[in-house]
Design a protein around this ligand. Sequence first.
Ligand code: GLA
Length: 348
Amino acid sequence: MSEERVRAFAPGRVNLIGEHTDYNDGLCLPFAIERGVTVTAAPLRPGRWIEARALDLGEDDRLSLAAGVRPSSAGDGWRRFVQGAVAELGRHGLEPVPCRLEISGDVPVGAGLSSSAALSVALCLALCAVAAADPPERLTLARICSRIENDWCGQQTGLLDQFASLFGQEGGAVRIDMRGPEIRRVDLRLARHVLAVVDSGARRRLAGSGYNDRRLECRQATDILGLESLRDAGPEASASLPEPLDRRVRHVLHENARVDATVAALARRDLADVGRLLDASHESLRDDYEVSVPQVERTVDECKEAGALGARIMGGGFGGSVLALFPPDTEPPKRAVPVKPAPGARLL
Ligand code: GLA
């Protein structure tokens, strides 16, 4: 057990492009942002509990360390993440230790910036550090964090957010090929252009949104096509599928191609093309994947009217934030928050 208080930080993320591709073995291009979740953990002797405080919510709880706590008895909200982290790390041989946790963060919840992945990553790093144990290597840790969301919080998310939070790099996005997986840095030189997120104000919880339905539809499509994953689908695949599966598959295939087109446009410093790709991604997410909502559409229009080269819904959809690329000398909407690539999760 650590003798001292430890502190872990995990960032939220922005996904430049490559949406709803992660759980289809596809490509995405996220970066970690400066905002995130901080978890401090202090050893508690003697003790058999984790005493946890969610500072931003003003809530406290005492959570059992016992093995065998099940998702059904894990409490609600942030408590589920704590119990999930304890249990999933336990399955990886990490003996949890009694400690006092303090959780705080500055990623707005439900804004599509991945506050929940930041929370699970920061919790896992802090729980390992307070136990004086090496954390699992980062690919494994990402999978552990994803299981916390899937099995403990009912959100059937892919690995995009966890990878972005764990592998984020200052000054660069990461091109993730989920098949492999393979992670590669992509410099983000924006020539005085600004990437900003604009909150649509529409809140969604992934667990209660159509997100899980979209995953199911992709699964149905692969079953009909007789494929392991949509990554194996050729350009003709969507033509043989019934509506709306044809459109869902078309989105995924085109979105994968847009990721590499964006990587190429960034290498050429062709930001007008990056903007066009963001717009194309949005149209596809709105019309083919059907994850937009009216407030998001209004926010996209607002960004375009303010001169954005491109703007698109970001993250799981059904609300959340819009990501927009503003050229120099334009004025983004007042509530826009500029974002830039920041380092990944770490002990402080
Ligand atoms: C959410 C999920 C991710 C990913 C995106 C859509 O952020 O957590 O795994 O599926 O939606 O790209």
